[in-house]
Structure formats: C-alpha cells, structure tokens
Design a protein around this ligand. Structure first.
Ligand code: MOS
Length: 719
C-alpha cells in the first residue's frame, strides 16, 4: 500500500499494537551497528583505569616515572595532576552525581575499587600493561563494610520519595489483630552486568567536546559533564546510538570523566572502557537489604496493620537509598500503616538505581509476607489480596489511574491452573522432586518525564524524527517508529528515527520505565501538529517542514492520580531435598501495563524481567571479603546469573489497560516484570517443601540446611 504525504488516511490501521522486529536488528546481528567502544577515530588513544587496592585510607604515592617509560604510554593522570572539576551542582536527575565521577580530585580512598589513576597509551594493550605495572602506595585505615539489620548507626533517608510514611497506631492495631506476621527478609548485594560494558570516547572537535558513549540519556550525560567541566551545555555533544543494556547503571560514571580529562590534556581522542571486573566497583550496584515486615489482620485476612521497614547501605561519600518499603505504599491499605527506608553508611562503593530500584527487593519481602499471612489465615493468597484491594492510594489518598491488579490475578489464575491447587505444603512429588506453586503481585510506578522532539516532513515523502532517546536494547527505537507512524498516519517504513544524540534537545532518560512513554508523547504531539499543517496542503521545501514539541507542561498533569503498572506472577518449582537444588519449571506473568506498543519487544521486556526474578531468587549474590573490603568473585564466573539451562518456559501476557491520560495510552513495561517474580518463586518453594526462605538467594546449601520437608522455616540471617 502506498500513500502520499497529503493523504489523511483515516482508514489506516494502527500499527501501534502490532508486532515488529527491531528496526536496527539486522545491523546488530550482522555487526554493522557500532557500539561506543567500536566507533573508529584517527589518532585514538586508550585509557585504562587503576583502582584502589585498599578499602579506606589515602594515596601516599603514585609511582608514575617507570610507567611513563613503558612502550606507548602517553600520560598518567592522578590526584596530583588531573584537571580540576566542579563538584557542587545538582544534575539533571535532581541529585549531584556519584562522587566517583569527580575523578582524581584528592588523595582520599573511600572504598576498595576507587579510581586512583588513568594510564593512557597508544593501544589498549599498552595501557593495560602499564596500568597493571603502576605502583600506588597507600596509608591504610581500618574499614567497615559490615552490613546488618542490627546496626545502631542507621537513619531514614529520602530518595525520590519521602523516607517515612506513618498513619494510625501500629502497635494498637497489631495487638488487636487475630493473626500477625512479623518477619525479617534479606536480599544480597546485586550487580547489573549488562552485556555491553561502559565505554566512552572523548574528543575536542571544532571547539566542542564530543563524547561517543553508551548511556541511558544523552542529555543527562551532557548536562552532568558540562557541569563537571564548567562548560556550556551547548559546547558538549553526547552521542549514544546503540546501547547494550543499562539497567540503571549507565549515567555519568568514572569512564566518561576520565576520557574527557585525558582528551583535554592530550588534545587527541581518548577511549576508556570498563572491564567486566571494574564494573563491579565503578558501575554502581543494588544495595543489600534487610527488611522487616509486620502484618496484622482479622481472621478473615483484612489488614489492620502493615509495617514495612527497609535498611540498605550507602557509601561514606554519597547518599543513595534503595527504597524497598515504597512498594507497600501503593499495594495494600491498613488501619495503621507505616513504611520506612533507612540507610547505613559503610566503606563501600555508592549503590545506584538497578532495575526496579526498591520494588524488586521490596516486593520480595512484602509479597512473601502476604503469602505467610494467607497461610496463617487459611485463605488462598489471591483471595487475600482481593480482600485487601484499596479504593485509593493507601498512602497518597489519590485515586488510581486504572488499578487492574485483580484482573491480572484472575486471568493468570485461569491460565496457570491455580483453581486446582492443593494449598498444603510439602505433599507433591515427582520422583525425587518436591513440587510447589506460588504467586505474588507486581506493581511499578507509571510516569512520564519532560521531553522534546523534532519531526520533519521531507520533500521525498518520508519523515525524520529526532529525539535524544536511548534504546538500551529494549526495542525503544522500533516502538517510537510505530508511534510516529500512527501519529502521522503513514506506514512505518516512511519513518527515519534518529535517537541518542544530545543535539536533538532535552529528553527523558531511559529509566524509571518512563522512556518510551515520555518520548512517544513528545513525538506524538509534534507529529500530530505536522500532520495538521500538511493537511492544509503546504508545499514541502527542500529542507523539509519541521515541528518541534516540548511536553514539560503536559506531563505535569499526571501527578493528580496514583499511577502504576500492575501484574500477577505465578511460578512452579521443583526442589530436590537431597541436593537442595531448586528448579523453576514454569512461570506466567499477566500484566496491566498500559497500551502495548510492540507486543514482540514488550513481551521480551516482561519475560526478561521475570528471568531476572529467577536469577534474583536462586542465583545472584555478590559476596564481600570483610578483611579486604573487596568482592570475592567480581566476574561472571563468581557472580552467578540465570543462564539458559536455568530458564524454563516463561510466559508473559497482558490485559487491556490503556492509560486515559496518555496520548498513546502507554504506561510502561520496563521494570514491572521483575517485581514480585522472586517472591512468587520463594512462595512456590515454601509450597513445595514446607520451608519458608526469607534470605535470597535460595541456594542449595540453604535449602539443605533448612531440611526440606521438615516443616520448619529456614534459619539464621546467613546460613
Ligand atoms: Mo532503571 S533502574 O530506571 O534504569
């Protein structure tokens, strides 16, 4: 089918909602797509970061002379000679950047793996060899990395939400409750480990700083780098065409700053790539959590009291909170309701956002506790949740912009075969395996951030869209093509989508499950206006007709309602009581996550989140050596993630849930898929074995020590 530019094709069927493979998919699988570490530059030099080998103290000396005599070495930057940067500013995300990015500004070492030098050489091999040969001496001080729920030195910390919410008399309601659950849950330190490591190439070009980078927001990195180096934002350009995963870790980090410093000093292009091992120190990570949940209910399961208190850690140089208690604020009401997010400062790297920050560990604790309550009340866990569905946001008091949690449970229960479930734990066997099923709820906030976009009608009948969006591999670029095609009323193959360039103007980051929605909004507004202009019969000049949009005002209206994506997670597990092995046999997630733009890639996102839930439930755990302050296995051999053999049939689907306040109906599918997934698996393990596991991951040794089938709970905080 062909159309001309001036046709207003009222009958054209919407392409939003139909499956499309990634528009850049062929380039990626054939190797034509270049990632930040692949783009060639003439005269390119290579920087290699040197990280501290002590957990606390001061750098006494950096022995540069022998290294500077090594083959190919161009310079060694450290606190004694590096350019100064501005540290006192609030970045685009409303917080100062992680101080790890204020590289080489003083001799202080606040954690193991702190960047202390950058060796720059002609080749990566020369840089690496020299970096490994560089002798740095330290004045070492005692360090403290002991994270525990018993610490006296914790304090509440606001993040993007208030630290504490309180309503009613908690102790009185607990005392009046027929059934009480009071349990502590722990989750370990976890690391993002996206496929593509952080990589940046910086160069000065015509008086402008240009950085080819892998990030979650080109204008975010532009703004923070401009602030750090006291430059006008206009003289900084960030390009980030393809990104191999981010999960929250790809903002401004040490590598970009190091590359800019070296490019400035040497006046030639410099590339800095993090190694996989360096990512474990420099990329941020998810804090471990200790969470206490207290639930008090009447005999019929109706909640009188809900308390969710979460402790996470932050570094001594920066405050970051993993807001795990936040999920309770949206999920369940109670006469008395208290949530708190606390932190303790340790000699550790600063944690950061990691896929569903707060909700991922928080839902493990809360949705496990709900399961415990259901069992104590003798009520089906889905029925228990139905009895506690709030009319309004339990803490906000705001109406929900669509809360279809129970519709997700109904559809999920039907497809999973929940109705036939025998609730008794530890009674199903398949040979040596004990079998069980579990369920949990999911939710994640649905919002939008201000964005600008430009849409151009070209004289040849095609359309060019420019927006500083970032496609982390999720299919965002493809989704935006479909959105633009619908808004313009043309076929997707007439859209040229250019993203990942800060010169396209400010745009929301790929984060908070808000990227696609925020960008789609800006594109839709510009495209609709352009379409109206074209409908008037305008002639298209050679330079085309461009309409720009800015959604800053429009997205502000979203705050008037409590707005979330929801979901129901189901898992079936098999547990071998002789080896302690837990196998997930199948998973089903049904979501209400707004209008689905591209079912192919949306399903991919949701399934990916659920697989991450398997990983979180059974595998992922970064173990620290208390003597050195470092990680025991800072690589993908030592840090286990779910791999193909761990992942069974995982199905994700959704119910119709368009957001009425969004021009396309989108809510967002980025993170809700992981929420509740680990709890569903832990609840299934309980159902299989009769043992409640409150510490993740559910390792074979923990299963064995708890004595599967004994009917007791898994013991101590770290067995
Ligand atoms: Mo995500 S943790 O909002 O990148």
């Amino acid at each position: 089918m062909t159309t001309t530019t001036k046709t207003t094709s009222m009958e054209r069927k919407s392409v939003v909602g139909t499956a499309h493979t990634r528009v850049e998919g062929r380039d990626k699988v054939t190797g034509a797509a270049r990632y930040a570490g692949d783009v060639p530059f003439a005269e390119l030099a290579h920087g290699w970061l040197v990280l501290s080998t002590v957990a606390k103290g001061r750098v006494r000396s950096v022995e540069t002379a022998p290294v500077l005599r090594m083959a190919g070495v161009l310079t060694v930057l450290h606190h004694g000679n590096a350019p100064r940067v501005e540290r006192n500013f609030t970045g685009m995300m409303g917080v100062p950047p992680d101080p790890t990015t204020a590289l080489f500004q003083d001799d202080r070492v606040p954690h193991r793996g702190w960047p202390v030098a950058l060796v720059v050489a002609e080749t990566p091999e020369q840089a690496r060899e020299a970096a490994e040969a560089l002798v740095v001496t330290y004045e070492e001080e005692p360090h403290d990395i002991a994270f525990s729920g018993d610490r006296p030195d914790t304090y509440p910390l606001d993040g993007h939400m208030p630290a504490v919410t309180e309503k009613g008399d908690l102790e009185a309601q607990l005392a009046a409750s027929a059934v009480v659950v009071d349990a502590e849950y722990t989750t370990p330190e976890e690391h993002h480990n996206m496929m593509e490591p952080h990589a940046a190439t910086a160069r000065w070009e015509g008086g402008r700083l240009e950085v080819v980078d892998s990030n979650q927001g080109a204008t975010w990195v532009q703004s923070d780098l401009a602030n750090l180096f006291s430059l006008d934002a206009g003289s900084v350009r960030i390009r980030s065409e393809h990104v191999g995963g981010g999960f929250g870790s790809k903002g401004v980090r040490a590598h970009q700053v190091a590359a800019v410093m070296a490019a400035t000093v040497l006046q030639r292009p410099v590339r800095v790539v993090m190694t996989r091992r360096q990512m474990f120190s420099l990329a941020g990570y998810r804090s471990p959590t200790t969470q206490r949940v207290r639930l008090g209910a009447d005999a019929d399961g109706r909640l009188r009291a809900l308390e969710h208190d979460s402790l996470s850690l932050t570094s001594t140089v920066h405050e970051f909170v993993e807001p795990s208690a936040g999920v309770a604020r949206a999920m369940y009401g109670a006469d008395a309701h208290r949530t708190a997010n606390r932190v303790v400062r340790l000699d550790m790297p600063t944690p950061t956002w990691m896929r569903a920050p707060g909700e991922a560990p928080g839902s493990f604790a809360l949705e496990s506790a709900l399961d415990e309550l259901a069992e104590k009340c003798g009520i089906d866990p889905i029925e228990l949740r139905a009895r506690n569905e709030p009319e309004l946001g339990p803490v906000s008091g705001l109406p929900f912009a669509g809360r279809h949690l129970m519709a997700c449970f109904r559809e999920g229960a039907r497809r999973f075969g929940w109705a036939d479930r025998d609730p008794r734990p530890g009674v199903r066997r398949d040979g040596r395996w004990l079998l069980g099923t579990g369920t949990a709820a999911a939710s994640f906030p649905a919002g939008a951030g201000p964005s600008t976009a430009g849409v151009t009608a070209e004289a040849d009948g095609t359309f060019t869209v420019r927006i500083a969006a970032s496609d982390l591999g999720t299919g965002a670029r493809t989704a935006l093509v479909l959105v633009a095609a619908d808004a313009l009323g043309v076929a997707p193959d007439r859209i040229r989508m250019h993203i990942g360039d800060s010169d396209f103007g400010p745009a929301m980051i790929a984060g908070g499950s808000m990227g696609t929605r925020s960008w789609a909004w800006a594109i839709t507004i510009a495209a609709r206006e352009l379409r109206e202009r074209l409908a008037l019969g305008a002639d298209i000049p050679p330079e085309g007709i461009t309409v720009r949009s800015d959604t800053t005002e429009a997205v502000g209206a979203l705050a008037q309602k409590e707005r979330h994506s929801f979901g129901a997670q189901f898992a079936e597990v098999a547990v071998d009581p002789a080896t302690g092995e837990v196998r997930v046999r199948r998973m089903l997630g049904i979501f209400a996550a707004g209008r689905i733009v591209n079912p192919l890639t949306a399903r991919n996102q949701l399934v990916g989140g659920m697989i991450w839930g398997i990983s979180m439930a059974l595998h992922e755990e970064a173990v620290r050596d208390h003597a050195s302050g470092g990680l025991v296995g800072a690589d993908l051999a030592g840090y286990h993630v779910a791999a193909n053999a761990d992942v069974p049939l995982v199905e994700a689907d959704w119910i119709d849930d368009p957001d009425p306040d969004d021009p396309v109906g989108i809510k967002g599918v980025g993170e809700v898929g992981i929420v509740g997934a680990a709890a569903a698996i832990a609840n299934a393990v309980r159902h299989a074995t009769g043992v409640r596991h409150r510490n993740l991951p559910i390792r074979p040794d923990r299963v064995l020590l708890a004595g599967a089938g004994s009917g007791s709970d898994a013991g101590g905080r770290d067995a």
